[in-house]
Design a protein around this ligand. Sequence first.
Ligand SMILES: Nc1ncnc2c1ncn2[C@@H]1O[C@H](COP(=O)(O)OP(=O)(O)OP(=O)(O)O)[C@@H](O)[C@H]1O
Length: 422
Amino acid sequence: MHVTHLSLVDFRNYEGAEVELGPGPTALVGRNGQGKTNLVEAVGYVATLGSHRSATDAPLVRAGAERAVVRAAVDRAGRSTLVEVEISPGKANRARLNRAPLSRAREVLGSLRTVLFAPEDLALVKGDPEGRRRFMDEALVALAPRLAGVRSDLDRVLKQRGALLRQAAASRRGGRSGRPSRARDRAAQAARESGWEDAAAAEAATLDVWDTHLATAGAELLAARLLLVRRLHPHVSRAYAAVSGAGAGAAAGDADGPVRLAYRSSLPLLADLDLAGGAELPPRAELAQALLEQMAEVRSEELERGTSLVGPQRDDLVLELTGLPARGYASHGESWSYALALRLGLYELLCGEGPKDPASEPVLVLDDVFAELDAGRRQRLAALVAPAEQVLITAAVAEDVPPELSGRRLQVRAGTVEPGGG
Ligand SMILES: Nc1ncnc2c1ncn2[C@@H]1O[C@H](COP(=O)(O)OP(=O)(O)OP(=O)(O)O)[C@@H](O)[C@H]1O
């Protein structure tokens, strides 16, 4: 698939912009701070309903404006779809598909698929688990948009369960210190209203209900993540070899290189699961049961600390390189190759098995990447991405764009986009 037209209203530094795009490589060139990343961020937003560099929506709306609108016309093997998203910070986004309003914005997910690589992705390798969990969950939604619903169910359960645990922890602290506690009063009140003899029994019963919800949504997400890691591993391994120019086995294109993906979970059941080796996955019911058992095991600690200690929100995607964790051990160049390999591996996975299908092939976005790479990696990456259905590249100077990707050029200057750019 590819974007044929992008239209922005009050998005970042764009008051209004109409940008013609086409298949093949397009380079967006312009000095620092002109709006190149903003443009590809808008493309990514239509695809994922999120930004690769802002956790909240407020910075996406032009200063002084109330809402932003991004429209993308998407060509999928000759069939065109118009996807529109209105971003109003503090309110639910609204979306339309071919001008028909959708009841929930997340119904647009899947209409446009992108894989975006930006310098921030170095944090996938060097940073905290949260970024890697986000990587897995965004990948899952790109593969199966209905998982966005599972993800948001889980968030809702964790929020409610967390509030209950915090209340319980505060109540215990209040009890120990002898100070009056409003949380404890509320729990006692709730207990009386629900006919329970004492607040502790009511608290335990309510927690049991949330444990079941957490186990159900958690097991579904966990099962999807495990399958994702198993499927992603050979693609990432090959992409790493191709980008870094590493090893003989890797050069042959097999999955037996220095890269190994693993999944770290709080569940003992998953401790020795060799996903990179193609291990069989436990069925979802078994995962749900394991989550329930683990929650029972740590319940007193959860009540003490006031937080959920079990579930996919605590897990991590482990990135190993030659048997060592990449985080903390990999060199800067190796970390770059690994981060790129994760995105390129995901791109290959999204393209599907067998011959490439242009209708499902995602749009590839490389934001400010080439200036950061050494000559070898730059050349290898350019050769790898050149055949993609559509590649959007941002660069401060035209010389940073490798000749293999010298397709269409757009000049970005202070929130305007025009053909040209050297
Ligand atoms: N909500 C907003 N309202 C108005 N201007 C904004 C908003 N958010 C960002 N900007 C402006 O957009 C510009 C940054 O644009 P962008 O990140 O796209 O730069 P760039 O062209 O990719 O530059 P670089 O080459 O440095 O990465 C900054 O000047 C910033 O002040």
